[in-house]
Design a binder for this molecule. Structure first.
Ligand SMILES: O=C(CO)COP(=O)(O)O
Length: 253
């Protein structure tokens, strides 16, 4: 049995005071860690405050991106060692917005995934196809290629601990969710790819999230699917009541 993992990705939303208010509102109501992993991936600026605030609760705090080097002359970047030093526990890597607007390549995502393990961070690696790729019948080829590239060089144990987020780009922020069956089919293809790379134990253990217009109204059906082990949620993770409903669905999946 894979434990569900529900992660909110706040992207570039909220001010620090809103973030603190949110964590205060949810932290005592986060479901038991044995039932679901509950994560908020916040802007880097908020991380030290939120990590302190969430200490002792069931809420884990994650970053939305990072560099792959420990340190160096990379103006504006945040390093894996800096995240680890303030006890951040997750990091989103290769989000389609980073790939599209900041030229994050498969090779960089691979280096970042390896760096995450070096610094004790759990990577949430995002993969997904554009609408054109889907319409051309290239969804599985695209997603499998991204998975292979991201996991290259990892040990079987590291592959098992990686979280993959399947986010069809056309479903992000558009209100268009992939049908639960379509999402499950691609998540199944991700699992099959992991099996080819790292064997059946890793394929059985790795957790695969779906992301793209997930809401309290559609998450239960998505989580009922065989290969969907959680959700990476943008818009619907910004309000505390909606976020708690998502976690509740995770705890009961
Ligand atoms: O990109 C996403 C999460 O990383 C999905 O965003 P939405 O849930 O707003 O569609």
């Amino acid at each position: 049995m894979r434990k569900p993992i529900i992660a909110g990705n706040w992207k570039m939303f909220k001010h620090l005071s809103d973030a603190v208010e949110f964590v205060e509102a949810v932290k005592s109501s986060i479901p038991n860690k044995e039932k679901v992993d509950s994560v908020i991936c916040a802007p880097a600026l908020f991380l030290p405050t939120l990590v302190e605030q969430a200490k002792g609760s069931n809420l884990a705090i994650g970053a939305q991106t990072m560099h792959f080097e420990k340190e160096g002359a990379f103006t504006g970047e945040v390093s894996p060692s800096q995240l680890s030093d303030i006890a951040v526990s997750y990091v989103v890597l290769g989000h389609s917005e980073r790939r599209e607007y900041y030229n994050e390549t498969d090779a960089a995502v691979n280096k970042k995934t390896q760096a995450a393990f070096e610094y004790n961070l759990t990577p949430i690696v995002c993969v997904g196809e554009t609408l054109e790729e889907r319409e051309a019948g290239n969804t599985v080829a695209k997603v499998a290629g991204q998975v292979r590239a991201a996991l290259e060089g990892l040990s079987t144990e590291q592959v098992k601990q990686t979280v993959i987020a399947y986010e069809p780009i056309w479903a992000i922020g558009t209100g268009k969710t992939a049908t639960a069956e379509d999402a499950n089919e691609v998540c199944g293809a991700v699992r099959a790819t992991v099996q080819e790379i790292a064997g059946p134990d890793a394929a059985a253990a790795i957790r695969i999230q779906y992301g793209g217009s997930v809401k309290p109204e559609n998450i239960v059906e998505l989580l009922s699917m065989e290969h969907i082990d959680g959700a990476l949620v943008g818009g619907a993770s910004l309000q505390s009541d909606s976020y708690l409903r998502l976690l509740e669905a995770g705890a009961n999946a």
